[in-house]
Unconditional design. Structure first.
Length: 533
């Protein structure tokens, strides 16, 4: 039994380890050793008592995070984990930057399969920092020792508790030690294996094709030399890609065009040096060459060939390495990308094309084996660029490892928790308990000025009224997520689950079309009412 500290003048301190110290790292490893027996005893027993502490922090480069409007709303991506409350003895502690509106919490609790919402609500504890400043949630928590103490007191038995998070950094390690429970995520000391430099190294070790390029670059001269050498190696090359080492979702990518470049080596290098500031095109809106170069020299990066193809796609594969050091295939996706040159993640559909999803799984397993040897733990995904050849077959080039949960993680978790079926590695399909396949289309970046002012409850009303809501008996329908930014930013997410690609896509498109029709007349309610009916 956890003893509640009722004296407001005292904050109990579980330890005095200095962040990043050898002592803290030793304590972290001691806690991490609990994961293997915890996994063996609890994870396969649906009625085993456990506590999951959800820390949905995007602990990333502050300047990169500042590019995302309403950043703290992205914490809502992990609300899909509330569906774990279908396990009758599972408790969840959710910590967020700002309180999540009751309408959103109720929406998820009413989707919990097989459990009354009241029963699920009793096992859910919510904490908030009441802080929407542009720093990571984990840092906000660490600045609030009394909040840490309240979280500790809410954990019935630390021996059967763990933290799950978006990504793991030294800050998450410090929080795990302060809470006295393990972190089911990658050791922060191995985080470099997911950056742009080391992703390329892992691909090479795994024997998986990747674009020709250069890693571990640091200065402008390195960029110029890399661009020069790539063009000399590949005279037909039209463009090259420059990537910041620690960027995410394509926001740190830029392209350089070789149009009009001279052929002679000396002239080529001089031409690139002169043209680079004018010819570089950024994916992030409002980026400039001086600022980008400053970030490049701060964090380093890579330069690699732009992959051309008449038919080109951007699939990904998800895997997991569990505490028993077993590798599990989770899913494949085809990703929807946007931005000036199509490098920013917007959404996805599951599973990836039948023509190549098993090839992606094979490549993903090779990469997972390398990461397993390094000691990586938890979920990760690998992004590819795939081009169709003249004979109809496909060539795949690995371009990035994400050692964290990502944009394709959350729709898959919604599918899995709502349907409670299984992923079949032999086919790359997901099957319901009765053996029927399920597919989905998903995006967390649906945005329109017409959606400004809509409340989450408005969105839910429209969905239910028009019969689009996910239907448990048919295991098909639409689920909204990331509804927090809707009113202020006109932005939300959508997952459409169907029994075929076509069903999922039609539901997805119909939902957006309906919302667009209704919100086009949001200032003329009598006209909107006619469209709804």
């Amino acid at each position: 039994m956890t003893r509640f500290n009722c004296n407001p003048n005292v904050v109990l301190s579980p330890n005095h380890f200095s962040p990043g110290s050898s002592a803290e790292k030793r304590e972290f490893q001691r806690l991490q050793a609990r994961l293997k027996p915890l996994f063996e005893k609890v994870f396969f027993d649906k009625k085993a008592p456990r506590t999951v502490v959800i820390i949905p922090s995007l602990t990333l480069d502050p300047e990169e995070m500042a590019k995302i409007p309403g950043l703290y709303h992205y914490e809502e991506r992990l609300l899909c984990l509330l569906l774990l409350l279908q396990l009758p003895c599972t408790r969840i502690i959710l910590v967020t930057s700002r309180p999540v509106p009751d309408a959103i919490i109720d929406y998820y609790l009413h989707m919990v399969p097989g459990v009354p919402g009241l029963h699920a609500r009793r096992r859910l504890t919510l904490f908030s920092c009441h802080d929407n400043s542009p720093i990571s949630l984990t840092e906000k928590i660490l600045r609030r020792p009394r909040l840490i103490q309240r979280i500790r007191e809410a954990i019935p038995d630390p021996e059967f508790a763990h933290i799950t998070c978006f990504n793991s950094t030294p800050l998450e390690r410090t929080l795990a030690v302060k809470l006295g429970i393990p972190l089911y995520a990658n050791d922060p000391d191995l985080a470099h294996l997911g950056n742009k430099n080391y992703s390329r190294q892992v691909f090479k070790e795994a024997g998986v094709p990747l674009p020709d390029g250069f890693e571990h670059l640091k200065h402008k001269e390195d960029i110029i030399e890399a661009l020069t050498q790539l063009k000399l190696r590949h005279p037909e090359l039209r463009k090259a890609v420059i990537k910041l080492n620690e960027s995410f979702s394509g926001e740190g990518n830029a392209t350089f065009s070789y149009e009009g470049a001279p052929e002679e080596a000396g002239a080529l290098r001089a031409w690139i040096a002169e043209e680079l500031p004018q010819r570089i095109h950024f994916e992030a809106e409002g980026e400039s060459w001086p600022h980008y170069l400053e970030k490049f020299e701060e964090m380093g990066g890579i330069v690699e060939c732009w992959i051309d193809g008449a038919v080109k796609r951007s699939p990904s594969v998800q895997c997991r390495i569990n505490p028993l050091r077993q590798i599990e295939l989770i899913s494949t996706h085809d990703q929807i990308l946007g931005g000036p040159t199509g490098q920013i993640y917007l959404g996805c559909w599951f599973p990836a094309d039948e023509a190549y999803r098993l090839d992606l799984q094979e490549a993903g397993l090779k990469i997972a084996e390398v990461l397993n040897r390094y000691g990586v733990l938890g979920r990760f995904s690998v992004d590819f660029v795939s081009v169709q050849k003249d004979d109809g077959s496909w060539s795949h080039y690995a371009v990035e490892i994400n050692l964290r949960k990502g944009g394709t993680t959350f729709p898959y978790l919604l599918l899995h928790f709502l349907v409670n079926g299984r992923f079949d590695p032999e086919t790359g399909l997901y099957f319901t308990p009765s053996g029927h396949p399920r597919y989905y289309f998903a995006s967390d970046d649906l945005m329109s000025e017409n959606y400004l002012g809509l409340l989450p409850s408005d969105l839910i009303d429209i969905m239910v009224y028009n019969g689009l809501h996910f239907h448990g008996p048919t295991q098909q329908g639409v689920i909204f997520h990331m509804m927090g930014p809707l009113s202020e930013y006109g932005k939300f997410g959508l997952v459409s689950i169907g029994d075929s690609y076509e069903t999922a896509k039609v539901q997805y498109q119909d939902t957006i079309s309906l919302l667009n029709r209704i919100t086009a007349f949001q200032h003329a309610p009598e006209r909107a009412e006619k469209i709804i009916s």
